[in-house]
Design a protein around this ligand. Structure first.
Ligand code: BJW
Length: 241
């Protein structure tokens, strides 16, 4: 008789700024968050960049430089996700809204950055995307087309289309478990992912406090990501046998 093969659940994990807070990076909407210090309309919209590129570059140059601070490193939550990805026998996709590189530095590979990456720059003239660690300015020349004035951080501002939406949509469609970690559920389309899978997949929210979409989740686990994430992932691996 043919052996019955067990199908392991397919998992999509969505992370937000809360997972990197214990690594020393500020969130956006907490009382000590980025949006308490600068206005979204001044730094994170295409209009802001058109009006005052120097200001927008200064904002992102400072945040890119912060990633090179030796004190900023992956924490137990990033590391647990990377370990889990290697051990999990079923499908897995890590979707991050974060523009930091802490998931990649922890070793995550099945990873998409839906809001872009601080460590990349894009040319507004030819569309070329390049790894970028230096400061950008209004006179930076594109390494591909050579034109100056068009280089911008490869991040997704309000009003722009998030990245890898087809890949994310397919993973959500086929997922059995959706886990959201450290995100306030205030920014769409990511905030709508839980509603997209509701009824088909088990949904779990991990946060310090309930987010805006909390009630849409089947389960909520409160606490710091460095504790809740390793605990949940270890339990999933135990259950999978
Ligand atoms: C911890 C913790 C610890 C702390 N442990 N937890 C539908 C309805 C209404 C509006 C819209 C809609 N659809 C689109 C919109 C417009 C807009 C939008 O959502 N506006 C709302 C704000 C009203 N969205 C867009 O414009 C998006 N584009 C778009 O929709 O295109 C059209 C489209 C159509 C159809 C399909 C698909 C697309 C683009 C959004 C771009 C967001 N960009 C930013 C900046 C990126 C660059 C940068 O970093 O500067 O992305 S804004 C900022 O918010 C950043 C984040 O990725 C994003 C989400 O924030 P996040 O991660 O949730 O952080 P916080 O601070 O909000 O929350 C942190 C959480 O952590 C808190 O809950 C804490 O409790 C928790 N926490 N410590 C665990 N230790």
């Amino acid at each position: 008789m043919e052996a019955v093969t067990r199908r392991h659940p397919s998992i999509v994990v969505l992370t937000g700024a809360g997972i990197s807070r214990e690594s020393g990076l500020a969130t956006f909407r907490d009382p000590d968050g980025i949006w308490a210090r600068v206005r979204v309309e001044d730094v994170a919209t295409p209009g802001a960049f058109a009006r005052d590129p120097a200001r927008v570059h200064a904002f992102y140059n400072a945040r890119r430089a912060q990633l090179r601070d030796p004190a900023v490193a992956p924490n137990a939550a990033h590391l647990a996700l990377a370990r889990f990805e290697r051990a999990w026998p079923g499908g897995f996709l890590l979707v991050t809204q974060n523009v930091d590189d802490l998931h990649a530095r922890a070793g995550s590979r099945r990873l998409v950055h839906m809001h872009g990456e601080l460590g990349k720059a894009r040319c507004g003239h030819c569309g070329h995307v390049a790894p970028w660690q230096e400061d950008l300015s209004a006179t930076t020349a594109c390494p591909s087309c050579g034109r100056a004035g068009g280089m911008r951080p490869h991040v997704v501002w309000f009003g722009e289309m998030p990245l890898a939406m087809d890949e994310i949509g397919a993973a959500l469609e086929g997922c059995d478990l959706f886990v959201a970690i450290g995100t306030s559920g205030q920014v769409h389309p990511a905030a709508g992912f839980v509603a997209e899978v509701a009824g088909r997949a088990r949904t779990v929210e991990l946060n310090l406090e309930p987010g805006a979409m909390s009630r849409a989740f089947d389960e909520r686990i409160e606490g710091p990501a460095s504790e809740t994430v390793p605990a949940l992932l270890e339990a999933l691996l135990r259950d999978a046998g």
